[in-house]
Design a protein around this ligand. Structure first.
Ligand code: MN
Length: 332
């Protein structure tokens, strides 16, 4: 059964060592098979609908390079090596069809066709990994991809913890219904996730209509000022809300303050710092079950690996806290 799953997944991917990043996540010395893994990483270098700053297609590369070559997998603050906790299998990066790779003119119609093509693949990949009782970790790529992962996991009724400078809750943008600023509107509007099951953290850019949509749907919001001024309120809320919940973490790298993330498409001031983000992650209840993770909008330009570094460090903290510890016999 599990072997069958891998046979379906592998043809969709370029293996880690042949990607632009050339390494598997963390380049962990103990190689784990898909069957023995409990966390499955994959890159989705998708940049189809982004508008202002492009370049999120290099996100997986930034994360692969920094996690493998720059960052130790030993976490000083946790006194833990990540592979003592998470048994990571990295499938590689999603193959991008030629029609998308060389797309020059981005009409809304073409964007819609291409996103739906990729969306079907992301849905299938998420379902297979989750169906095998493993945690899918998507390294994006644009934020639109979260619509498809959440749709695939919606039957598990997840509580969505959404870190972002933006709500991504517009009904449409620049003539595009589905794009990087709209996934959370559509996931609610299409009935997959209730607004009250989405916690948005770090928000500081929205328009009035989008803000009203969030309020009307009872989306829980801790904007950047609330996090900065009164983080304890958020920590208390997170501890209670996540108890025994199935949780999904959608992490837009632009939740971090502008100096940490110079390459992402829409960096914003008034952002969070790594201590705040780590605190929030550490306060997720230990009885929560992690259903899936995406980390999106990570960029890489002119050899500036800052975003890859904060993205990798964020992923290590999420895994160190939210993967149940294993007994030594599990490792074999
Ligand atoms: Mn954003």
């Amino acid at each position: 059964m599990l072997k069958g799953n891998l046979d379906v997944l592998l043809p969709l991917f370029i293996p880690p060592e042949r990607t632009k990043g050339k390494y598997s996540f963390g380049d962990i010395p103990i190689k784990i098979s898909f069957e023995k893994s409990n966390v499955v990483f994959y890159g989705a270098p998708i940049d189809i609908s982004t508008s202002f700053g492009r370049g999120t297609s290099r996100g997986p590369e930034a994360i692969r390079v920094t996690s493998a070559r720059q960052i130790e997998t030993f976490l000083l603050d946790e006194n833990l090596d990540i592979y003592e906790r998470a048994r990571i299998y990295d499938i590689g990066d999603l193959k991008i069809p030629q029609s998308i790779k060389y797309l020059r003119r981005r009409s809304p119609k073409r964007v819609a066709t291409n996103l739906s093509l990729i969306g079907k693949k992301i849905h299938k990949i998420t379902s297979i990994i989750q169906g095998a009782d493993k945690v899918p970790v998507l390294m994006g790529g644009e934020h639109t991809l979260s619509y498809y992962t959440l749709k695939a996991l919606s039957h598990k009724n997840p509580l969505v913890i959404h870190f972002d400078a933006h709500r991504d809750m517009k009904p449409e943008y620049e003539g595009m219904k589905m794009c990087h600023t709209t996934p959370f509107y559509h996931i609610i509007n299409d009935g997959y996730i209730l607004g009250k099951n989405i916690i948005q953290i770090g928000i500081r850019q929205t328009d009035r209509e989008e803000n009203e949509i969030a309020k009307k749907n009872q989306v829980v919001t801790f904007d950047a000022w609330k996090v900065h001024d009164r983080i304890d309120n958020l920590l208390t809320y997170i501890r209670k809300a996540t108890c025994k919940a199935n949780i999904y973490i959608s992490f837009d790298i632009d939740v971090y303050d502008l100096p940490y993330v110079p390459c992402t498409g829409t960096p914003e001031p008034f952002g969070l710092n790594p201590f705040e983000v780590t605190k929030i992650i550490k306060n997720i209840c230990s009885s929560a079950k992690l259903l899936g993770v995406d980390i999106v909008e990570v960029g890489l330009r002119n050899g500036d690996y800052r975003e890859g570094t904060v993205a990798s460090q964020t992923l290590l903290r999420i895994l160190s806290r939210l993967i149940p510890s294993q007994t030594p016999t599990d490792v074999k």
